[in-house]
Design a protein around this ligand. Structure first.
Ligand code: ZN
Length: 320
């Protein structure tokens, strides 16, 4: 097997960025379709306004959006800037993995190991980006991402230089309990209603599965600090933190369903609704603000992916 070091950097980076942009394009499909319970493979992408099939050359990641100047070819309706943004994030993520993580590998690393690591870290990063956008819009993170990501992290722990199998299992378990115990279990005992932290607990578990206990602790601490700063900034500049529109709509839809149902079905729906963290309207003020925490946990986990060694050096006081 040829070694990673035998390939010129421009080549490795170009291939990685192209792969990242394309996967970012697929990620847009995930972000839109998964919360709506739609299939990822069918139907092919169409214009949301007039239903015209989108041509492959208009679907070229990032550059397609630029060439079209942000409007669809068919009916000139506005394309959400989220599409090129997510594609660009995929490209940047892939670039950063090559120049930060792969570049730090021993020079005798075979190319197939480097490629496997690239795809593993891409899976992690892209999963976290998808989780963030879905959480921002719908205030929940799909289990497919958190549990799936945890399984991949645990299974690949022996292949990556981040931690070992024991570290991954301990990190995942402690990471989950760290959030679940105070914010879900105790909260439920004390307040008699569902906490809203299950998705967050699973995200910290994911960080632990990939980076061991130091990763889980970092995700929680750095995520909390950055989330608090963001909440303060939004509160001070806008005067309030509004819940996402989709959440208000989903609650109204659920209330309509309950209104229309009768008998046992109605009982079942009410019970299900009360377990849902979005059942109550957000309380006014900064403390009741409903700001998704997932994106900050995801951001902190990505920070650990790229700067984890600096944090470890600070934590344990050793030179890296
Ligand atoms: Zn159209």
């Amino acid at each position: 097997m040829p070694l990673l070091i035998e390939f010129p950097t421009w080549f490795t980076v170009s291939v990685a960025v192209a792969v990242g942009l394309s996967l970012g394009s697929f990620l847009n499909v995930v972000i839109y379709r998964v919360p709506r319970g739609m299939s990822l493979s069918r139907p092919p992408s169409t214009c949301p306004r007039c239903g015209t099939l989108i041509r492959f050359y208009d679907n070229i990641p990032f550059f397609g959006y630029l060439a079209l100047r942000g409007k669809t070819r068919c009916c000139k309706s506005r394309i959400s800037p989220r599409y090129p943004l997510v594609e660009l994030m995929g490209g940047l993520l892939s670039w950063a993995i090559v120049v930060v993580r792969l570049d730090a590998l021993p020079s005798a690393t075979p190319i197939h190991v480097a490629v496997a690591l690239l795809f593993l870290y891409l899976a992690l990063g892209l999963g976290l980006i998808a989780a963030s956008f879905i959480d921002l819009e719908h205030m929940y993170v799909p289990d497919a991402i958190t549990l799936g990501g945890t399984v991949v992290g645990l299974a690949s722990a022996g292949l990556r230089p981040d931690t070992d199998y024991t570290g991954a299992f301990v990190g995942a378990a402690v990471g989950f309990v760290m959030i679940w115990l105070p914010f879900d279990y105790l909260y439920r005992k004390l307040r008699g209603r569902t906490g809203m932290a299950m998705g967050d607990a699973k995200l910290v578990m994911l960080a632990g599965a990939w980076f061991g206990l130091p990763g889980a602790v970092f995700a929680l601490l750095a995520g909390s600090v950055q989330g608090t700063i963001a909440a303060l900034v939004i509160y001070l500049t806008r005067g309030s933190i509004e819940e996402p529109e989709a959440v208000t709509q989903e609650r109204a839809e659920m209330e309509r369903l309950i209104e229309a149902a009768e008998g046992e079905e109605r009982e079942r729906l009410i019970e299900e609704f009360e377990k849902d963290p979005i059942a109550q309207e957000a309380e006014p003020g900064l403390l009741g603000a409903r700001l998704a925490f997932g994106p900050f946990l995801a951001l902190a986990t990505l920070e650990y992916l790229f700067f984890g060694e600096l944090w470890l050096a600070w934590l344990f006081g050793y030179e890296v």
